[in-house]
Design a protein around this ligand. Structure first.
Ligand code: FAD
Length: 352
C-alpha cells in the first residue's frame, strides 16, 4: 500500500499529527496496535486522574469538555475525548495494526506491520512509552518470594487489601499509587531522594508554562530557567494531598536489596513485603525503528525538533522533551505535531 505519510501510534500524539497533516492536505494513514481508541489511557490504574483541568488537557482544534463534578478528569474521560476527536476529524486509523519494522527502501520508507506493508515518503513515530516499562537493576530481585509488578500492571488497592506493600518511586506514579494504597494496606513508600511535592496550588498548567518558558529561554540563548525540574517532582493532586496531610505519605530511602520475605536496607533493617510495586518509569517504545539504525552511543535517537537528524523522513513525537517541550502531555503535543506536519509537507513539496 502507498501513502504519503504513515503515523505509527494512534493515541494523542498520533491523532495530533493527523490533525495537522489533514489541514495541510497531506495524505496519511495512522496504524495503531490497540483494538480500540485511547492508547495508554485505556490501561491505567482505576483511580488515575489528570494533573491538569480538562481545558488544559486539550489537543489542537478541540477543547476537552469538562468532566462533570471533577476538576481533574479521569482516564476514561480522556479515552472518550480521544475517541470523539478521532471521529470528529475523520482521522484514518487502522486497528489493530502493529508495526514491526520501518526500513529504508529507495525514495520510500517501508513500514512492515502484522497486517500488511505500507510505503510512505515520511513516517511519524508516536508510540509512547507505556509499552516499555523500566525496572532498575536491584540485587535479590529473583530471591523475592512475593509479587512484583510495574506501574503498568497496577489497577486498584482492592487487589492488595491487608497486605504489606512496598511502592518504589518518587515521581507522580509512585506518589499516586502510594496514596491509593495508603488506607487499606500496610504501606512502605520508598524513594531514591526525599519526595519533592510541588506547591499545592501548582498543577499541570504551571508545569506546561515552566517547560515552555525554559524552551524559549534556551532558544533565545538566555540562562536555563531549570524548567519543570526546578518546581518539584510530584503534583499534589487531591488524593495525594489528602494522604500526605494525614501523614500517610512519608517516604523511606531506597533499600539496597530484596530478600525472600521483603526488602533490606544497608544498615540491615528489613521490611516485610507481600508485593513490591515498581513505579520506576518508562522508556520510549522504539523497537520498530531498529532497522534504521539511528541510535547513538547513549541509546537515544538524535533529533532536531521532532526530525531524526540522520533520517530526515522520520519524525518522533510525544516521547519527552527531546522531541519538543512538554510533547509527552495532552496540551503540549499540539505544537511539535504542527511543526512535524509542516516539515513533512515541505519535504513533500505540498503548498502550505
Ligand atoms: P500512548 O498513549 O502510549 O499511545 C501510543 C499508541 O501507539 C498506543 O495506542 C500503542 O498501542 C501504539 N503503538 C505502540 N507501538 C506500536 C507499534 N509498534 N505499532 C503500532 N502501534 C503502536 N499527560 C498529561 O497531559 N496529563 C496527565 O495528567 C498525564 N498523566 C500521566 C500519568 C501517567 C501514569 C503516565 C504514564 C503518563 C501521563 N501523562 C499525562 C503523559 C502522557 O500524556 C501519556 O503518557 C500519553 O499516553 C502519551 O500519549 P502518546 O500518544 O504519546 O502515547
Amino acid at each position: 500500500m502507498h501513502t504519503q505519510v504513515v503515523i505509527v501510534g494512534g493515541s494523542q500524539s498520533g491523532l495530533a499529527a493527523g490533525y495537522h497533516l489533514r489541514r495541510l492536505g497531506v495524505d496519511f494513514v495512522i496504524l495503531d496496535a490497540q483494538s480500540t481508541p485511547g492508547g495508554a489511557w485505556q490501561h491505567t490504574w482505576d483511580s488515575l486522574h489528570l494533573f491538569s483541568p480538562a481545558a488544559y488537557s486539550s489537543l489542537p482544534g478541540r477543547i476537552m469538555p469538562p468532566h462533570t463534578g471533577q476538576e481533574y478528569p479521569d482516564a476514561q474521560h480522556v479515552v472518550d475525548y480521544l475517541n470523539d476527536y478521532e471521529k470528529r476529524y475523520e482521522l484514518p486509523v487502522e486497528r489493530p495494526v502493529r508495526v514491526l519494522g520501518v526500513h529504508r527502501d529507495g525514495h520510500f520508507l517501508r513500514v512492515e506491520a502484522d497486517a500488511g506493508t505500507w510505503r510512505a515518503r515520511a513516517v511519524i513515530s508516536a508510540t509512547g512509552t507505556w509499552w516499555r516499562p523500566f525496572l532498575p537493576a536491584v540485587p535479590g530481585r529473583s530471591d523475592f518470594g512475593g509479587r512484583q509488578l510495574h506501574t503498568v500492571e497496577y489497577r486498584s488497592p482492592q487487589d492488595f487489601a491487608g497486605l504489606h506493600v512496598i511502592v518504589v518511586g518518587g515521581g507522580n506514579s509512585g506518589a499516586q499509587i502510594a496514596a491509593d494504597l495508603a488506607y487499606d494496606t500496610e504501606l512502605t513508600w520508598v524513594t531514591q531522594r526525599p519526595p519533592r511535592f510541588l506547591a499545592d496550588d501548582i498543577d499541570g498548567r504551571a508545569l506546561f508554562d515552566a517547560s515552555t518558558a525554559r524552551r524559549r529561554a534556551l532558544d533565545a540563548g538566555r540562562t536555563d530557567t531549570g524548567g519543570v525540574a526546578s518546581l518539584g517532582d510530584i503534583v499534589a493532586v487531591p488524593p495525594v494531598r489528602a494522604a500526605r496531610d494525614r501523614g500517610l505519605l512519608t517516604a523511606s530511602p531506597m533499600f539496597t536489596r530484596l530478600v525472600p520475605g521483603g526488602v533490606e536496607w544497608a544498615d540491615g533493617a528489613r521490611a516485610k513485603a507481600d508485593a513490591v510495586i515498581w513505579c520506576t518509569g518508562f522508556r520510549p517504545a522504539l523497537s520498530h525503528l531498529a532497522p534504521l539504525r539511528l541510535r547513538g552511543r547513549r541509546g537515544q535517537i538524535a533529533t532536531l525538533g521532532t526530525r531524526a537528524v540522520d533520517e530526515p523522513r522520520l519524525h518522533l513525537l510525544g516521547y519527552g522533551d527531546w522531541t519538543g517541550p512538554a510533547s509527552a502531555t495532552l496540551i503540549g503535543v499540539g505544537r511539535p505535531a504542527r511543526e512535524a506536519a509542516r516539515e513533512i509537507a515541505a519535504l513533500l513539496g505540498t503548498p502550505q
